[in-house]
Design a protein around this ligand. Sequence first.
Ligand code: ZN
Length: 105
Amino acid sequence: MFCHHCGSQIEDKAFVCIHCGVRVPSAQDPIERAIFPVEGHSWLVAVLLCVFVGPLGIHRFYVGKIATGILLLLTGGGFAVIWIIDLIRILLGGFTDKDCRPLVR
Ligand SMILES: [Zn+2]
């Protein structure tokens, strides 16, 4: 692996470049993973939230879609229409989180 800042060769597991001190973005980095989870959001959790509390938009809050979550909350799942569409999209795998990443099964 090479440092993106100085171009020096560094250990594959390095968190910080030993040549220039710049932090190396890495999937192995626990801090990086905590902030930007590689795995994404759980498909199963989204299904369960959508089935049981879907009209409250909780599944949308879960994947980070706060604005549309509030919309569903205020309209009873978009008068149940958006709720049903969301449920179908989640089951068929077309539902993504706020960063457009697919849910992880
Ligand atoms: Zn470097």
